[in-house]
Design a protein around this ligand. Structure first.
Ligand code: 5MM
Length: 331
């Protein structure tokens, strides 16, 4: 096994997962604003500090995906966040894409930027302690109209070029083609789009000679759209999500991690537990775990509200949710 394959597998050990703390400044500002907290470099540092310096997270986290700004910031102990995570056995990772823009061939869809200058940025991230990276593409569903094959293909090409660069730089790539929850679509449409997206992604990775054994896939679950008026049961979500992945994801990859995508924390936890169970029943070939941002952070952010006196309480809330989510992958 090459070092990179071993590194990738070390991110998905039994019973642990990833915290996605890689919100860009724009997204972090929106999150903080919803709790009445202004967004400055210092309040964003306190926001990261709340989660990253919670005692005991190492019991549940194999890694944390960080945003560029956070790589150079310090926690309460005046130690840089990547160093303090690594000292606790948690791998620091980095969001390597530079966000999305409208797809020129169809401006209702998005493509992800960040390939220009990527090799240089990766060298810098590595110097700052990053061990793995993530790139997010966004796939929007609208009836049978969207996504277009062209948008899926362009995003897959960029994900593959990103993965190749990251492997050449000696780091692990996490590929996140997120099929959005937004819309009126059915769960079966979500399942079909996940299958199509992953099918295109993995054939493009093969064309570009990416070492598939060294990549991790970050995916959405197969869910009815959030404007469909339908709530899926965890068993329905599990059946369609695992079936979609079994159809389209090669067995060699190092692991599959899930995003929460706007599900509330309880839904994201229950759906993950059902997926773990289903994956075991059908003998899915990959380790599976969580890589949540909102479903892990939401309750703690509400308890914190930006106030120093609430830090302890908010950390207890965060640990409680982390414990439940980790239990969901300990079938
Ligand atoms: C889909 O977003 C990723 C997972 O988060 P959820 O569990 O909340 O769905 C997340 O890692 C995302 O890629 C980052 O928050 C960065 O987002 P932006 O929009 O700032 O690029």
């Amino acid at each position: 096994m090459t070092d990179l394959v071993a590194d990738a597998r070390s991110l998905v050990p039994p019973g642990k997962g990833l915290l996605a703390a890689d919100e860009s400044v724009h997204t972090a500002t929106t999150r903080l604003a919803s709790y009445g907290i202004p967004s400055t470099a210092e309040t964003r540092r306190l926001f990261r500090n709340l989660f990253l310096e919670t005692l005991g997270v190492e019991e549940y986290l194999s890694g944390v995906i960080l945003f560029e700004e956070t790589l150079g910031q310090e926690g309460e102990d005046r130690e840089l966040f990547p160093r303090s995570l690594a000292e606790r056995g948690i791998a620091p990772g980095i969001k390597a894409d530079l966000g999305t823009e409208p797809f020129p061939s169809n401006e209702e869809e998005l493509i992800t930027n960040g390939l220009i200058g990527l090799p240089e940025r990766l060298q810098e991230y590595k110097k700052q302690g990053a061990r793995f990276t993530k790139w997010r593409a966004v796939i929007r569903i609208d009836g049978d109209r969207l996504p277009t094959a062209a948008a899926i293909h362009e995003n897959a090409k960029r994900l593959a070029s990103y993965a190749k660069e990251v492997q050449m730089a000696g780091m692990v790539p996490i590929l996140e083609p997120e099929v959005l929850l937004d819309g009126k679509h059915s769960r079966s449409r979500s399942r079909a789009v996940i299958e199509e997206t992953m099918g295109t992604l993995f054939s493009t990775l093969e064309e570009q000679a990416v070492d598939r054994a060294g990549v991790i896939l970050k995916t959405a679950m197969a869910l009815s759209g959030n404007e469909s008026g339908r709530k899926d049961t965890p068993e329905e979500v599990a059946e369609d999500t695992v079936a979609a992945l079994m159809e389209s994801v090669p067995r060699q990859i190092a692991g599959v991690v899930f995003l929460s995508g706007g599900q509330n924390p309880d839904e994201a936890t229950a759906n993950l537990a059902a997926i773990t169970k289903r994956a075991e029943q059908v003998k899915a070939p990959w380790p599976m775990t969580f890589s949540y941002a909102r479903a892990l952070q939401e309750e703690a952010l509400a308890a914190w509200g930006g106030k120093e006196e609430n830090v302890e309480k908010a950390r207890a809330v965060f640990l409680e949710r982390l414990h439940k989510v980790a239990e969901a992958v300990r079938y």
